[in-house]
Design a protein around this ligand. Structure first.
Ligand SMILES: C[S@@+](CC[C@H](N)C(=O)[O-])C[C@H]1O[C@@H](n2cnc3c(N)ncnc32)[C@H](O)[C@@H]1O
Length: 455
């Protein structure tokens, strides 16, 4: 090993420690191997100072290399729920016709969460016990912040939490009623284990760890009327994949997944699926990046702006220049009324038809296209010298009309002052990781708005 290489390795070594001694992870590794997981020999689990637990490579990884692949029956996906006879009988043997009553009423994510609680309630008798034990015990999403802190965090963060709360409470109660009325008498443990806190944990396990998995090539999900899938109002394309879900996110990572189907399994009807078929189907993930020896391996989870990362995954990326501050159309209207501007019906129709009531935000580059277009409609719609439709499309090229920017600055300033006041209130609470994520994002909002006001 040359001097530069030794130095680099030493520097990287400072950023993590290995998980070799952690009981849960040793058990997880041997359980996965026993059940047919194949992962790149260069990879090991480690704890990193900046991201926590993740995956480290001991040797160089080149773009195009497979990171890991696992048999489908070692993932928790839609077929796992459908093949679980006892779980399905909770719904199918019930005092209420729940498939009808709750037709299209819950998301697949909620159903997966309910299934996870069911698995968890089985303790060490569950096939997934070792995997379930290796999962985080708590999540750092702001959903779990105490109410007195939530009162002061920014509206955008609060909006997401409110939506999450509605979904979680609504689906929790539906499943609660189904469980209370089931005639299946082998789920007594589950009945006493099922609680809002266990359901919340399961919901965020699914939220933070699921990967996209499209099984339409192997199962036919069309005729689902008499199956538990008639409850769901979205698609089933998410899955929990042990070990793969140990890989952390980087916005610059690029990767691809694919289903590897060995023998001709055809497209199975929902009613005919059985476990043996799926040992011949494997799920594989490839990276399109190079990773140096003794560095962390990342994949990309999708959107990387901090509002999403904080509220859905519980972490914050510093110096993230894709962050933006949203302004709701309703709030802009309130500002307009305060400065004695009332939009006419024609203006409102134009705004609706052009979608100018959505995606209204300011980022480090300034006003979004829609925000700028909306301001144009407000200011120039009745100007006889202006063709408003043409003008809006010119906004894609040039968006620095001082009249429009100066016009909106008081509203932007109000927003800035409110965030600063909220930050000052939040500074009185004792620090915790989740609160810090929120205040970091709010400081980022301050930076964006100050830059806009100063321009
Ligand atoms: C799919 S899991 C990855 C493994 C996880 N770190 C663990 O300990 O089990 C996703 C979670 O990892 C954490 N995470 C992922 N990427 C991160 C990053 N770049 N920085 C900090 N935390 C990250 C977040 O808590 C996120 O909810």
């Amino acid at each position: 090993m040359g001097r530069t290489q030794r130095k680099r390795r030493h520097k990287n070594l400072l950023n993590f420690y290995s998980c070799n001694n952690e009981k849960d992870l040793i058990l997880l590794n041997s359980w996965l191997k026993k059940n047919g997981v194949r992962y790149n020999k260069k990879l090991v689990l480690a704890v990193f100072s900046d991201t926590g637990r993740g995956v480290l490579t001991k040797k160089k990884i080149m773009a195009g290399e497979e990171l890991m692949n696992l048999p489908l029956n070692l993932t928790i996906n839609v077929t796992s729920l459908l093949m679980d006879v006892v779980f399905c009988s909770i719904f199918l043997e019930n005092k209420i016709p729940c498939l009808l009553k709750y037709n299209y009423k819950v998301s697949f994510q909620s159903l997966m969460a309910f299934y996870l609680v069911y698995l968890k309630s089985q303790g060490n008798e569950c096939k997934w016990y070792i995997y379930l034990e290796s999962l985080p015990k708590v999540y750092t999403v702001p959903y779990f912040l105490p109410i007195e802190i939530k009162k002061h965090i920014d509206d955008e963060i609060l909006d997401v939490i409110t939506k999450q709360t509605n979904i979680i409470e609504h689906s929790f109660h539906i499943f609660d009623e189904i469980l209370k009325n089931t005639l299946c008498n082998t789920v007594q443990n589950f009945k006493s284990y099922y609680s809002i806190s266990h359901y919340e944990w399961a919901y965020f396990t699914v939220n933070t760890r699921c990967v996209y998995m499209d099984l339409t090539k192997v199962i036919d999900l069309q005729n689902i009327n008499n199956s538990i899938l008639s409850l769901i109002n979205d698609n089933t394309k998410i899955s929990l994949c042990p070990y793969l879900d140990m890989i952390n996110h980087s916005p610059s990572a690029r990767n691809e997944t694919k289903l590897m189907i060995n023998k001709e399994v055809g497209v199975m009807p929902v009613t005919k699926i059985d476990e043996s078929i799926f040992s011949d189907v494997r799920f594989s993930i490839y990276t399109k990046n190079n990773f140096d020896p003794y560095t962390q391996v990342f994949i990309c989870y999708g959107d990387s702006h901090n509002l999403k990362l904080i509220t859905e995954y519980g972490f914050y990326l510093p110096s993230n220049d894709i962050d933006f501050v949203l302004f709701q159309f309703d709030k802009i209207n309130i500002f307009l009324n305060a400065v004695s501007i009332k939009l006419s019906n024609d203006q409102l129709a134009f705004i609706n038809n052009h979608g100018l009531n959505k995606d209204l935000y300011i980022d480090l580059r300034g006003l979004s296209f829609n925000f700028y277009g909306l301001l144009m409609v407000i200011k120039y719609y009745y100007d006889k010298n202006v063709d408003i439709s043409r003008l809006i499309y010119s906004a894609a090229i040039c968006s620095n009309d001082r009249v429009l920017i100066e016009f909106i600055k008081p509203m932007v300033n109000d927003r800035l002052v409110n965030i600063q006041a909220a930050l000052s209130k939040l500074s009185n609470f004792s620090k915790c990781f989740t609160l810090e994520n929120c205040t970091n994002l709010m400081c980022q909002y301050v930076k964006i708005l100050e830059k806009f006001i100063k321009c």
